[in-house]
Design a protein. Structure first.
Length: 394
């Protein structure tokens, strides 16, 4: 375990010293060979799974409370009756492994368990006590063992947020995807911020402009003044920043034009966030011909007597999109391509696009497929429809 983040954790070391067999999979600390009794009064072995997070050299309980999860049948007492605490509840550990029961038992005379050692050994006793009543020779300490199952996720450090929420099966829907983002301005950079936190295999960034002060005020995070002095290319700048988290990011310091469309050839999905792209129509047509789904974002903000108003638009250009909807959605540059931009509206435009992307991947529930999502600033309303220019002009 010399290279493991668990090596210096006192609770993990103590469990191993006492001959527990442990593994780490899907950001869960798993206790192997935990004895328990089934409804048939048979003594068998299951597994306890605790989501964990890292805090320096200490492994912290990632459940947020006193819960733990169990892989096995319904735990029972020595008479074959369900013991109090376990309840049927699926909890995804990895896309291939799920717990079947959640166990909830608050510690006696204490508001919380002292550490992960205290919590794990307490639940082992709860499950193992009926087993020992039927067979005094059973034990939960078969000999110290440690296995780390690599999750092959495209991250620099463990995604313990997924473990805590039990979303491994859902997040697996992002695997195998290579997402392209054309334009890393205000909206495109916020799209990257969200996509980089998903399990997509790769992210391709396309932008030929430099990252200046005004860009920093419309982007997530806080740019360092020394970086701004260097005037880095936008794609390279954001690739460097977000490579601190995601390992599959590639920067292309180029504007996408009709002459280099082959750069998009490896993408399985594209966000078009470059409102001023000269060859936008050619780009969209090229992607449509190859059945590469696209989401286009745009903002039309104007000064109306000392107040900003206008529209934000997210246009879904999926392979099955009707050609009439495409034509209608692209026919309003005066509404969606104004220069006024603010970070909050850039962010909202990006979030609407990311939600639509996740709906396309069936990550979020979707009432019906739409071609366009439009947010109107003045009324605060969001309309999902099929690109009716007369409705938005009202």
């Amino acid at each position: 375990m010399s290279t493991s983040p668990f090596d210096r954790d006192p609770s993990t070391r103590r469990l191993l010293d006492e001959d527990y067999c442990l593994s780490f999979e899907g950001n869960h600390l798993i206790v192997e060979r935990v004895p328990y009794v089934t409804a048939a009064r048979t003594v068998t072995y299951g597994r306890l799974a605790l989501p964990v997070v890292f805090s320096g050299d200490v492994v912290q309980d990632g459940s947020g409370d006193h819960r733990i999860w169990f892989i096995g049948e319904q735990p029972c007492d020595q008479h074959g009756q369900p013991i109090p605490g376990p309840s049927p509840e699926g909890h995804a550990i990895t896309p291939e492994l799920s717990a079947t029961f959640m166990i909830s038992s608050k510690p006696k005379n204490a508001g919380a368990y002292a550490d992960t050692y205290d919590k794990i050994t307490s639940y082992v006793r709860i499950l193992g006590h009926p087993a020992k009543a039927l067979d005094p020779t059973v034990k939960a300490t078969p000999g110290a063992g440690w296995t780390e199952i690599p999750d092959d996720l495209p991250f620099v450090y463990p995604d313990t947020g997924t473990a805590r929420a039990g979303l491994a099966e859902m997040n697996a829907k992002f695997r195998g995807h290579r997402v392209g983002i054309i334009g890393l301005g205000g909206t495109g950079s916020f799209i990257l911020d969200q996509v980089s936190k998903t399990w997509v295999d790769a992210i391709e960034l396309f932008d030929g402009d430099v990252f200046d002060n005004h860009n920093a005020y419309r982007a997530p995070g806080a740019a360092d003044i020394e970086d701004l002095k260097l005037r880095p290319n936008k794609a390279k700048h954001f690739a460097r920043v977000y490579s601190h988290m995601h390992t599959g990011i590639t920067a292309h310091p180029n504007h996408i034009t009709a002459d280099n469309l082959e750069l998009l050839g490896n993408c399985t999905f594209v966000f078009m966030a470059a409102a001023d792209a000269e060859d936008k129509s050619a780009i969209l047509a090229w992607l449509h011909e190859r059945s590469i789904p696209v989401i286009e974002v745009g903002m039309g903000i104007r000064d109306e007597g000392g107040h900003l108003s206008g529209l934000l638009a997210v246009v879904n250009r999926f392979p099955d999109t009707r050609s009439g909807a495409i034509a209608a959605a692209t026919g309003r540059p005066d509404e969606y391509d104004r220069n006024i931009q603010t970070a909050d509206l850039n962010c909202l435009n990006a979030m609407l696009a990311v939600v639509n992307w996740k709906k396309y991947l069936a990550y979020y529930a979707d009432f019906e497929t739409v071609d366009e999502t439009v947010y109107r600033i003045f009324t605060g309303t969001i309309r999902n429809g099929n690109g009716d220019p007369e409705e938005d002009a009202a």
